[in-house]
Design a protein. Structure first.
Lengths: 107, 664
């Protein structure tokens, strides 16, 4: 009898818990997801982080002697360019957003 | 209370089915509320499985033999610790543990990354639920732990070899590892299904994968320690199919942990990484199948059952699903970058991956071949240790060398000249160590000599990496040596934690080579008062005694031990005859010398009516390095997994507004 009561209690609790999100009122039941712009921005952020981390790693490897001066000179230029491009692209991406924010602020 | 257990499992099955079906629809149609509801169903399933687990635990603790499972796995005289451990010693209980750990870890991973799962990777919930559904189905329909019967007076007891303290921890550790690999699999497949193949799934699952890999590694070592003490043949790893079953996913997960760094740093190997994740998970299922189906003959396989075909079918479904999904997303997974040089860190990781996967596949073939042979030709064959030993050396030695070379190679490309200058010191140390070992008489085992020389090379590289890194940090003004050292590790936890894990593997190698290449043994029949000499030890048989233990009759040979004439005390070895189980086990005697790292290992093979005894005595040099390596391995893994506040902030900034990725 106790087992039956506990089983019933468990079943009711599960049903209530599972149904709770469906009983919420308010906004429509659609996944916001990410739009194309957000995906693009995220990709640029990944590229920026990857380039900056690579530069940091290169500096450290050079300092510990893993990379000769000659190799360092050959590698640091392209990496800096890559990081610069990622930063510029990000800035370009964020420009319209900033402008919108400035316009909103001036109102 | 078996009704409550059954009801809880049926409820769990229903909830998981709901999470799978409704979760799939919600992910497909982008329905957020439905997905939340499916996620809640997964959480509720964890609670329901928890209730079922408590019912089984209570039945075990109360020795309620009306539960068929309890009667088959325990007895009245079985000590309580083993009685509770019977939860996972039998098939039904271990499947319940699988489901409990799976629903628990999946709920935790999803709850910690709720917004990301809801908005970016909604397929995670139905994929986890799909895996859980299989285990819930088995537990409800095929192998319920809540089957009842008229209670017998006593239970059948537990297989004697399972009555060992290491066996209490070994299976849960393995299951945490096996099940833990579901999390990276589910997120990786969800990323593919959602077409979000960027770094997010890797960032989220990094620590889950590391934790699963650590549990699996510790589980394998605990199993080895159990085999060493309980099986009583003097070795620690016998390439048994069930041992191999845990090793294979560990090797593939090791490959993944290395290659994923190449994806993070260079955005390469994206297809390879999802293949490795799917492979590691499939192999973890295969490992559970081998242990639980009874399809193979193994000292570790305790079950003959009917779940084999279900498991094989499920593995086939998982593999087909993963392959189809990967193939359908190939255009998205193509890497925009290429390998710049064959002498680079990423190339070293690639070589390491090839050797690790080749070793895993070779072992897989060794495990599967007897099954294939029997199925196709009707001939039962077995693949023995020489096959595995050969490939372990062929693929293992280059892997050890790569552990020494990889860390000193720079990313992108390195000149051979700078590589040579980096390796000069470690190579010098290795050569000196090899020469000293040769002079010390280690040439009796060529494999042993080569193994130790390689070990010296890798250890020298690791020490040098710490020294050079600390010096570099000190040179940029990081205070004293200690501050520079701690700052070095704190800022690069994954790298230096990884080096500690490498050191653990080398220490394991030292122990394995010690026992494999330099152990000595003698078999002898002794009457009371007679002695045997093995290595530096002399054992004098003082006689035997019989006594009644908690649940067995114990017979022990008493031996006085001395080394080079100096008395070291006494030790015992013997046999236990278990009452309920009606089985006998070897209870070996082990005397550990912590300073030398060696064991004196004694097996009492037979006792004769005239009081004499057959003894096998073995000296296992450096064997304790194997167990020490487990401790170092855990420390290294903990350093690697320790949260890095700087990295958390960087990721939080990157994923701002997209969920709690930074908590991963």
């Amino acid at each position: 009898m106790v087992a039956l009561a506990l089983g019933a209690l468990l079943a009711v609790a599960c049903v209530v818990f599972v149904a709770r999100p469906l009983l919420r009122s308010g906004r429509a039941d659609a996944s916001a997801g990410l739009d194309g712009d957000e995906e693009g921005r995220l990709q640029l952020l990944e590229e920026r982080d990857r380039a900056l981390a690579a530069l940091k790693e290169l500096e450290f490897d050079h300092r510990t002697g893993k990379i000769s001066d000659e190799d360092y000179r050959g590698l640091v230029g392209p990496l800096r360019r890559q990081a610069g491009e990622a930063l510029r692209a990000l800035e370009h991406e964020e420009e319209p957003q900033r402008e919108r924010e400035e316009i909103d602020a001036s109102r | 209370m078996p009704e409550l257990g059954r009801a809880a499992l049926v409820a769990a099955l229903g909830l998981i089915l709901y999470a799978a079906v409704v979760g799939s629809y919600a992910a497909w149609r982008g329905r957020r509320r439905l997905l939340d509801s499916a996620t809640n169903a997964l959480y509720a399933a964890f609670a329901a499985v928890g209730v079922a687990s408590l019912v089984l635990l209570a039945a075990l603790a109360g020795r309620d033999f009306s539960f068929d499972y309890v009667a088959r796995s325990t007895s009245r005289e079985l000590p309580l610790s083993y009685t509770l451990a019977a939860f996972w010693s039998g098939q039904e209980g271990s499947l319940l543990l699988w489901l409990l750990v799976l629903t628990g870890s999946a709920s935790a991973a999803i709850a910690l990354n709720r917004r990301l799962v809801r908005e970016v990777l909604p397929w995670t919930v139905p994929i986890v639920a799909g895996v859980a559904l299989f285990f819930a189905f088995l537990l409800v329909v095929i192998a319920s732990p809540f089957a009842t019967q008229p209670a017998p007076a006593d239970g059948a007891g537990m297989t004697p070899s399972l009555q060992n303290p290491y066996m209490i921890m070994h299976p849960p550790m393995l299951y945490l590892g096996y099940v833990g690999l579901t999390i990276p699999f589910a997120f990786a497949m969800a990323a593919l299904a959602s077409r979000r193949v960027d770094e997010r799934w890797i960032v989220v699952t990094r620590r889950w994968t590391l934790a699963a890999w650590t549990f699996l590694g510790v589980g394998i070592l605990l199993g080895a320690k159990w085999a060493y003490e309980e099986v009583g043949w003097g070795g620690w790893y016998a390439w048994d199919p069930v041992e191999n079953a845990a090793l294979m996913p560990w090797l593939v997960a090791t490959a993944f942990l290395h290659s994923v760094m190449v994806q993070e740093k260079k955005n390469m190997l994206r297809v390879w990484n999802v293949i490795l994740v799917a492979g590691a998970f499939s192999l973890s299922l295969f490992g559970t199948f081998l242990t639980r189906s009874g399809v193979i003959s193994s000292i570790h396989s305790f079950t003959q059952s009917s779940i084999g075909p279900f498991f094989l079918g499920f593995i086939a479904v998982v593999a087909a699903f993963a392959i189809a999904l990967i193939l359908s997303r190939l255009p998205l997974l193509r890497s925009p970058t290429r390998l710049e040089s064959l002498v680079s860190r990423e190339a070293a990781f690639l070589y390491n991956n090839l050797f690790l996967v080749a070793l895993a596949l070779t072992i897989l073939w060794g495990v599967v071949y007897p099954l294939v042979s029997e199925a196709v030709r009707g001939v039962a064959v077995s693949v023995g240790a020489p096959y595995y030993d050969f490939f372990a050396v062929v693929f293992g030695l280059p892997l050890v060398l790569l552990m020494g070379i990889g860390p000193v190679v720079a990313w992108r490309r390195a000149s051979l000249r700078s590589l040579a200058s980096q390796l000069a010191w470690p190579a010098g140390v290795a050569l000196v160590a090899g020469a000293l070992l040769l002079l010390g008489g280690a040439g009796s085992s060529v494999a042993g000599l080569v193994g130790y020389t390689f070990a010296a090379f890798v250890l020298a590289t690791i020490v040098l990496e710490f020294v050079r890194g600390t010096r570099a940090r000190k040179s940029i003004g990081s205070g004293g040596w200690w501050q520079a050292f701690s700052g070095l590790v704190a800022r690069n936890r994954r790298r230096y934690g990884g080096y500690i894990v490498h050191a653990a593997i080398v220490v394991l190698l030292i122990g394995a080579v010690g026992i494999g290449g330099f152990s000595t043994s003698r078999e002898v029949r002794l009457a009371a008062g007679e002695s045997v000499t093995v290595g530096d030890y002399r054992l004098t048989y003082a006689g035997s005694e019989e006594r009644r233990g908690a649940n067995a009759r114990e017979v022990r040979a008493h031996l006085a031990v001395s080394r080079n004439g100096e008395p070291l005390g006494t030790m015992q070895a013997g046999k236990n005859s278990y009452f309920a189980e009606e089985q006998t086990s070897n209870e070996v005697g082990i005397r550990t010398d912590w300073l030398r790292g060696e064991d004196l290992f004694v097996i009492a093979k037979s006792f004769y009516p005239d009081g004499s005894v057959d003894l096998e005595t073995i000296v296992n040099p450096l064997v304790n390095f194997i167990w020490l390596s487990g401790l170092i391995f855990v420390i290294g893994s903990a350093v690697t997994m320790w949260p890095d506040a700087r990295e958390q902030r960087r990721l939080a900034a990157r994923f701002a507004g997209e969920g709690a990725v930074a908590r991963a």
